[in-house]
Design a protein around this ligand. Structure first.
Ligand code: SF4
Length: 346
């Protein structure tokens, strides 16, 4: 499809591009983000992830297909409101004693989506929308002027941004053709061939690196870290700049040993490609979404240290990494006040 909006835009380069009709599933598009790469960015969150981090705060991003979650506390009750019942062909939803909807089990997805659309109180929440590459670009292009002024652009995130690899690569390619800077936030757990196809269209790779120890990685993340480490080396070989992002979780990967080993790996294997390491503070978030999706929250019984204490620990870890020659900061550079740390992304 020819992208019509650009035909008369004298500043676009090139003026006309062909955008493939590839479709994908996104969770949402967030404009004016300042935490996901340099400048002001539009972040497109793609649905689907092959990892299972115990501390994941976005369980709605794990499955690739759209899903409907239930917030029973918002339900008016089927004795007073029958909007979802009317939208359901089978009327097989389950309610509790207060007539609030508690389960949609056995109802086909299409029907669940109809019911959620009919619900007046947001008790049935849809996560996932099928969109085309050009629909994504229409949204991204709205803030083109801000990208120019701030050095920003488009960031693909997730879930795992590159799990829907054709969709993601087509977005990146089209954005590049339009002169829009691209970042990809990725956990790198996919075949290297997938990465190779996307790499020419990535200006900055924001890479998760969660644990250096193979067994612990498997235990906390649900998969080996080998592919992730190999893919990181591949990005470094391609000379694409890298920002490493580590969600630092107390008693899991938030240890001096793990961060020392991470710094050593970066120095030895990734050479000068890593522009910054961002140590992101663990926050116990997303429990309500686990409940709505009726899946257990793995960190339910975990009590993290007080926020201020953990943020200070992160600053100490960042200092430790800096001393090992790796430019680390606590937070994303502006998330936590961290003036003494070198290497912040402008
Ligand atoms: S439509 Fe929404 S608020 Fe009404 S009964 Fe169904 S879930 Fe509850």
């Amino acid at each position: 499809m020819l992208y019509p909006e650009l035909k008369n835009n004298a500043t676009a380069s090139p003026l006309n591009i062909v955008v493939p009709e590839t479709k994908g599933v996104i969770i949402n598009i967030q404009r004016f983000s300042v935490h996901d790469g340099p400048g002001i960015r539009t972040v497109v969150f793609l649905k689907g992830c092959s990892l299972r981090c115990l501390w994941c705060s976005n369980p709605e991003s794990i499955k690739k297909r759209p899903q409907v979650g239930i917030y029973s506390n918002r339900c008016i009750g089927t004795d007073k409101c029958d909007a979802c019942l009317k939208a359901s062909l089978r009327c097989t939803l389950k309610t509790n004693r207060e007539h609030k909807v508690i389960s949609l089990k056995g109802i086909p997805l299409g029907e669940q989506l109809e019911m959620a659309n009919a619900c007046p109180s947001d008790a049935l929440k849809v996560w996932g929308k099928i969109v085309t590459v050009s629909e994504v670009l229409q949204e991204v292009l709205k803030d083109r002027q801000f990208y120019k002024e701030s050095g920003g652009g488009l960031t693909l995130s997730g879930g795992e941004a590159l799990l829907q690899h054709k969709f993601a690569t087509d977005i990146l390619k089209a954005a590049h053709s339009l002169g829009i800077n691209t970042c990809v936030e990725t956990a790198l757990h996919y075949p290297t061939a997938t990465l190779d196809k996307a790499l020419p269209y990535i200006d900055l790779a924001l890479c998760d690196l969660k644990h250096m120890h193979a067994d612990k990685h498997k235990m906390f993340i649900g998969a080996s870290n080998q592919l992730i480490l190999d893919n990181l080396k591949r990005i470094a070989q391609s000379d694409t700049p890298i920002v490493i992002r580590i969600p630092v979780v107390p008693e899991h990967n938030g240890t001096k040993e793990n961060l020392r080993e991470t710094a050593q790996f970066i120095k030895q294997e990734l050479k000068g490609s890593v522009k910054q390491v961002q140590l992101l503070p663990f926050r116990k978030l997303g429990e309500d979404k686990y409940q709505a999706l009726q899946i257990p929250y793995p960190m339910a019984s975990f009590s993290p240290p007080a926020r201020k204490v953990w943020e200070q620990t992160l600053r100490n870890f960042a200092q430790q990494m800096c001393e090992l020659g790796v430019p680390a900061v606590a937070g994303t550079g502006n998330q936590i006040s961290n003036e003494q740390q070198p290497g912040a992304i402008p």
